[in-house]
Structures are given as C-alpha cells and as structure tokens.
Design a protein around this ligand. Structure first.
Ligand code: SAM
Length: 447
C-alpha cells in the first residue's frame, strides 16, 4: 500500500520522521537572497492563517540580520535532519542556483558537515532539459548536486580505522562504489570528474576533516596507493568489477571527451600542465605560448606564478643524461617514424628528449611533493608573521597547505589568525580554505 504524506514544518526539525527511513530526498532550497519567500507569501499566509516562522527560514535577509553565515547555519541543520532520516547508502539531489559563490560554498560546506558525501555536480539546462557535468570552478547556473549518506557500515568502521591507511582505502572503495561508472551523450563518453585522483583526494580529505580525524596520507602517497589498488581507465579510477563494465560500455562510443580545464589559479594551472604533459612531454619553450594564452582569467588575488616555477615544483625535466623516462621514450617512438625501435640510450633519441618536461610516475612524485610542500609552508609562515593587516595577493596553495598542517597539529589559532588576513570573500568562496577555517572555529570553540 502506498501512503502519501504531506506535512508542513521547518526542515530544521523533522522529528516526526524516524531515523534511516527515507529512500530518496529531493530538496529545492532557497538560494540565499534571491527571493524572500515568507514576505512574498504574506497574502496567502493571512488567508490560510498559517505563518512562516521566519526565524527558521533559510534566507539571507538584511531586515532579519541574516547573512551568509546564518543562512549556512540553517542549511546545515536542514541537511543534518535529512541525513538522519535518509537510509544509509541512499541519495539526495539538491537543486540549486549559485547566483553567489559565497552562498554556493556555504551550501557545500553545510552538506559535508551534515555527514553527506558529494558525488556529482551538474548544470541543469532547463531549456534543453539536459544535465552537464561541471568541469571546474563555479558557474552561475542552475545546478543539481548529488550527495549520498555513507553506507555499508563505513561510518562505524571508520571510527576504528580512523587516521589509518585502511580507513582511507575503505572510504575510497565505498565512494567509488557510489559513483556512476559510465556517462555518455551524443555518442561520446565523458570523463567522470569525481573519479580523477585529485578529486578523490579532496573528498577523502574532507571526509576525514569533517569527522575531526587527521589525514594519514599526503597527496602523492595517496595517488601512488590509488594506482596500486584500483584499475584506471582514461584517467579515472574504478573498482575491478566497475572497470570490466566500463570497458564493455566504452566500446559502444566513438571516443571519450576530455575535460576542458580553465586555468584560473595555481591549482588549475597544475592540472592543465598535467594534461598537456601527459599528451606530450615538451620543453618549457614549447609550452610557454600556450600557457600565456591560458592565464587570461587568472584570479586577481592569487599570486601569478611563472611557468618555470610551476614546472619545477610539480614536474620533472629530462636533462639528456642517464636513463630516459619511459613517458618520453614512448611519446617519441610512437610519434616520430625515424625514432621508432631505437634503444633508450640512442644519441638522436636523447637529443630529441632533452629538456622535455614530463609527469613523474606516482611512485616518484612523493619527493617532488615534499619539496613543494616545504616551499609552500615557508610562504605560509611569511603570511603568518607578516605585519600586513590584509593579504591582497598571495598564494592560495600556500594557505591551503599551511591550514592543513596547522589543523593536523591542532594549531587552530594559526588558522584563525591567517584567515583574518585573507579578504572575506576569498575565504568564503574557496571550499578548501573554508573547510579548514570552519573546522578551526568549531574545534577552538570546543577547547
Ligand atoms: C526554491 S523554493 C522551492 C520551490 C518549490 N520546489 C516549488 O516548486 O514550489 C524554496 C522553498 O523553501 C522554503 N523554506 C525556507 N526555509 C525553510 C525551512 N527551514 N524549512 C522548510 N522550507 C523552507 C521556502 O519557503 C520556499 O518555499
């Protein structure tokens, strides 16, 4: 027997609904300050004799002194209730229009801290009724966020495994299990952004941080571990049975569309370089004109990095001596007829390979990462010591690295101090900075 129930109350308190009882949640929350629903509804409310309790209304409204923090706080309560009533392993879709980045970040932060794991964000083209995966960053469009409540006893196991490598892989397995295996449109397959190593890393970190558990692996260690444990296809990671399924479906499409990366800061520049160098190991001279074209939309508060600096801190250059990296060897021998079937120590091959930059394989990336982290942390300590009240232009990656380290060391004061020097809108619009800052405030309050 199907039962339909309609109730009216604030979603911040759904005590009429038992825990773990709902199969699926669709929620269409207010988008910050777009519409003042209760005000607009005054006529109907007077007629119906039901009044909105404005205290719980999730809107930004200066007349009630509700800003983005108050809005996010209410949304967090709503999502906590929705997480409680949803069955573990089940999904929630959230319709959203991100007219403001700060509101958008507030929503994401609220979702994560309520216990959800975000698995996909797509734009919704209302006219064509189609969904498109969000490639990068934030766009001002209608969005559908898909999030799930972790299942299979992950939360319980995680309490025992927390801060261990096993806990990390347990999370990744359970996350990969939830993600779509194959997405196609117009005869082309798509790269599922969430299955890429750096997004899996971000989700894993967020999962730990939201539960107050330190993250036991660095990014490079995580990438190397992923490579060992999970089959990869087209730059994405799968569970073994998913990879078999992917292979079957991949044969039905012409090609896989690569994600287009827009360079707007250091982090996206690193991803863009990785894409270029994976396709073709090349010299800085070859890369430079393309790089210059890409950086037109560089974030104005982010220190602009030179191409050389980016290359040196993230990639490796073959100096023409010693063993040639296999990435370069295979590129040259597949793309140049005259270089085919030559051994790695052949002189003409070597001179063609010299000075080309390449992506280190995951096992070797760890040393590079340590060096880079040292540079970032050094920059971060300058920000902390700086007498400047506000940092106008700085390196976001340095602040992210510094916040991460301070958080692991429970040094919440450092996070709060440096956060105070960062322009408010930057802090509210950067999901990673906001995550550490939010956590630092909560933990500091608990001390
Ligand atoms: C974007 S609209 C949803 C529109 C709806 N999907 C429709 O098609 O009519 C957001 C709604 O959330 C309601 N709302 C705001 N705060 C709420 C809260 N704490 N609990 C439940 N609903 C709330 C607003 O009154 C508004 O009606």
């Amino acid at each position: 027997m199907k039962v339909l129930v309609i109730t009216t109350q604030s979603s911040t308190d759904l005590r009429l609904i038992p825990d773990n009882s709902i199969d699926y949640v669709f929620v269409d929350p207010p988008f910050g300050r777009n519409l003042q629903y209760s005000e607009l509804n005054q006529i109907w409310e007077a007629w119906l004799r039901i009044r909105t309790q404005r205290m719980h209304e999730a809107v930004m409204d200066s007349s009630c002194k509700k800003g983005v923090l108050e809005y996010s706080h209410i949304m967090r309560k709503v999502f906590s209730e929705l997480c409680r009533v949803l069955k573990p392993g089940h999904w929630m879709s959230i319709a959203f229009h991100n007219s403001s980045n700060a509101v958008w970040m507030g929503i994401q932060e609220a979702l994560l801290s309520a216990g959800f794991v975000v698995a996909d964000v797509r734009t919704l083209d209302k006219e064509r009724q189609s969904y498109k995966q969000i490639r990068q960053g934030t766009v001002k469009q209608d969005l559908v966020i898909s999030a799930y409540r972790p299942n299979d006893g992950l939360e319980e196991r995680f309490q025992i495994e927390s801060a261990t490598e096993e806990g990390v892989w347990d999370f990744v397995r359970s996350h990969l299990k939830q993600l779509p295996v194959f997405v196609s449109s117009d005869g082309h397959g798509e790269v599922i952004a969430e299955r890429q190593n750096y997004l899996l890393f971000d989700r894993m970190v967020a999962f730990h941080v939201q539960r107050g558990v330190s993250v036991p692996l660095s990014a490079a260690e995580f990438y190397a571990g992923l490579e060992q444990r999970f089959p990869t296809r087209d730059g994405m990671y799968f569970l073994p049975n998913q990879a078999a399924d992917y292979d079957k479906k991949r044969m039905t499409v012409r090609a896989i569309l690569q994600l287009q990366i827009f360079v707007s800061d250091e982090a996206s520049a690193i991803q863009w370089l990785k894409q270029q160098l994976t396709k073709k190991p090349q010299t800085a001279g070859e890369l430079n004109p393309q790089f210059m074209q890409e950086i037109g939309a560089w974030q104005k508060n982010e220190r602009l990095l030179e191409l050389d600096e980016l290359l040196e801190q993230n990639y490796l250059r073959y100096d023409g001596k010693g063993e040639m990296p296999s990435q370069i060897h295979s590129y040259l021998s597949t793309n140049f007829k005259e270089l085919r079937n030559l051994s790695k120590d052949n002189e003409s091959l070597r001179s063609k390979a010299k000075d080309r930059w390449y992506v280190p394989d995951p096992n070797k990336a760890s040393d590079l990462e340590k060096l880079r982290e040292r540079t970032l942390l050094h920059e971060f300590s300058e920000y902390r010591e700086s007498k400047q009240k506000r940092l106008k232009v700085f390196r976001f990656e340095a602040v992210r690295a510094g916040f991460k380290k301070a958080w692991q060391e429970r040094d919440y004061t450092t996070i709060i101090t440096v956060a105070g020097k960062i322009p408010e809108n930057i802090l509210q619009e950067d999901p990673k900075l906001l995550m550490w800052y939010d956590q630092a405030l909560t933990r500091k309050g608990e001390e």
